[in-house]
Write a protein that binds this ligand. Structure first.
Ligand SMILES: CC(=O)SCCNC(=O)CCNC(=O)[C@H](O)C(C)(C)COP(=O)(O)OP(=O)(O)OC[C@H]1O[C@@H](n2cnc3c(N)ncnc32)[C@H](O)[C@@H]1OP(=O)(O)O
Length: 476
């Protein structure tokens, strides 16, 4: 139970209150000063419960804050209090719901636009009071107030507990896979008010225009890395027509694909911003961002494209912004290159002549024979200044960047072999001696990066050397 430094009882004339963007209990009556006091206290309650909910779900940031509620007039928070607890009473649970415009897939894989879809956005009962029926009580009150039915609710990344809750209390078992983070259950699209395929509807009874009902919105769903990263993409009428019949004939295949690309539950990995969505969405004047020249001015279909893009973008941005979940997979730790075996003494030590080393009485004379140790002191540990300065004619580097060597290959074999002047902007790293470019066509590529590991053919890397070249265009 969550206690506060103030008495919550005036805010909770009944055990469950609902709060909207004015941050006042729906039961509240009072003058301006009392309103200010109540909103301040209500903000504290919402922020505390939101934080506890996030912690309970392992989220980085709360999904529910007073600030967010204030900014959104389509959301409602239900709060459950125990006014008998302690001196000031205590708050035991929170349920945030709202409506969302969503592009969803039905059981057959047809995409549908559902406006004002009822959505369960955040749900929390204090750990000390879970599994005591309080969640059910809160949920039932919400259903009555909103006049919703459980099967018509979309659920934003439900946790395992919520999945169990919905299964136990409402018999919701069979999910309809989605490409976004929402979970629907079989029955969501049933009934007279179900939205038509690819059309508009609110899931609760809006009639569909025939135009919308027949139009294929062209979502391109594959199991490609792009789709996994960015979600479904829009193909356009022509390509969609070409592949339409095939897709319609195989809904099972489509569902399977959706299942594969769909992040599972609240802990699906966040997707980066979809640049295509940004480009398309930039022209949509609906949200006041763009000039409205491209998407908005296009009739019908263009409007839908912008909305699809906006939705994808919004969901993605919201995901990243809120950081409401941890990535399913921790980013793999950077793979440290395996320590190389002690280098064999090179058969013919190459003699290099450092360009006029600065005389230093207290340091030994810079070595002239390249040994692995020396090479490391020169290049491998770039955090230290080299024992002597190599000019850019020797290194081929226009801009020396300390630390790059370590990042690429912190090996004692990290060397530069740049004995002759190169063209502008050419950097060569670690070309073993005696392996200069022989063919003229070998070096005239605009951009090339070659990394070859040891042990393979070619002879260049038979001692585990890395040959990394990077070329870029001349700027002038
Ligand atoms: C869209 C979203 O908000 S996703 C996030 C959902 N919230 C969370 O996961 C936060 C932590 N969990 C909770 O706060 C609560 O468990 C809630 C809100 C999901 C449910 O509230 P409760 O008061 O526990 O629900 P209630 O007592 O009415 O129902 C209990 C049922 O919920 C499910 N449930 C509740 N707690 C758990 C749990 N720890 N483990 C597994 N299932 C649980 C079970 O089905 C349970 O039935 P059972 O006890 O017979 O197994």
């Amino acid at each position: 139970m969550v206690d506060f430094r103030f008495d919550i009882k005036p805010l909770f004339p009944q055990p469950i209150i609902k709060v909207t963007s004015n941050l006042l209990p729906h039961t509240f009556r009072g003058d301006r000063r009392q309103c200010l006091d109540a909103t301040s206290k209500m903000s504290e309650i919402i922020d505390s419960l939101g934080q506890l909910s996030a912690t309970s779900q392992g989220l980085n940031k709360p999904v529910t804050t007073a600030q967010r509620l204030r900014m959104c007039d389509t959301q409602t928070i239900y709060l459950l209090a125990d006014t008998e607890a302690g001196h000031n009473g205590a708050v035991a649970g929170l349920l945030k719901v709202g409506t969302k415009d969503l592009y969803l897939f039905d059981e057959t894989g047809q995409s549908r636009k559902v406006e004002n879809a009822p959505s369960i956005l955040d749900f929390y009962v204090h750990e000390t009071r879970q599994r005591a029926g309080l969640g059910k009580r809160l949920f039932e009150t919400m259903l009555q107030e909103e006049k919703w039915t459980p099967v018509k609710c979309s659920v934003d990344r439900p946790s395992e507990k919520l999945v169990g809750f919905l299964r136990k209390h409402y018999g919701l078992r069979h999910m309809i896979p989605q490409a976004n983070n929402f979970v629907l259950y079989h029955g969501f699209f049933d009934g007279p008010g179900a939205p038509a395929a690819n059309g508009n509807g609110n899931g609760n009874g809006d009639a569909q225009s025939p135009q919308h009902a027949t139009r294929n919105n062209g979502l391109h769903i594959t199991n490609s890395p792009n789709t996994q990263l960015f979600g479904a993409t829009y193909l356009g009428e022509d390509s969609n027509r070409r592949r339409g019949s095939q897709q319609q004939n195989s809904p099972n295949t489509l569902i399977q694909q959706i299942t594969q690309i769909s992040p599972s539950g609240r802990y699906g990995a966040p997707r980066p911003t979809c640049s295509m969505a940004e480009i398309i969405h930039a022209g949509n004047s609906k949200n006041g961002k763009g000039g409205g020249s491209s998407a908005e001015s296009n009739s019908g279909n263009g409007h839908d494209i912008a909305e699809i893009a906006a939705q994808l973008e919004q969901q993605t941005l919201a995901d990243i912004e809120a950081q409401r979940y941890e990535p399913e997979f921790e980013p793999e730790p950077e793979v440290e290159p395996e320590p190389e075996p002690e280098p064999e003494p090179e058969p013919e030590p190459e003699v290099i002549t450092p360009p006029s080393p600065p005389p230093k009485s207290h340091t030994p004379t810079p070595p002239t024979v390249r040994s692995p140790e020396v090479a490391e002191s020169i290049i491998g540990d770039n955090r230290r200044p080299p024992a002597f300065q190599l000019s850019k004619q020797h290194t081929g580097m226009k801009n020396r960047s300390f630390g790059v060597g370590m990042a690429v290959m912190p090996s004692s074999k990290m060397e530069f072999d740049q004995m002759e002047r190169e063209d502008f902007g050419v950097v060569k790293i670690n070309r073993p001696p005696g392996h200069d470019v022989t063919s003229p066509g070998q070096d005239n590529t605009d951009a090339m990066s070659t990394v070859s590991s040891g042990g393979g053919g070619g002879g260049l890397t038979d001692q585990g050397y890395y040959d990394l070249k990077f070329y870029h265009n001349k700027l002038w």
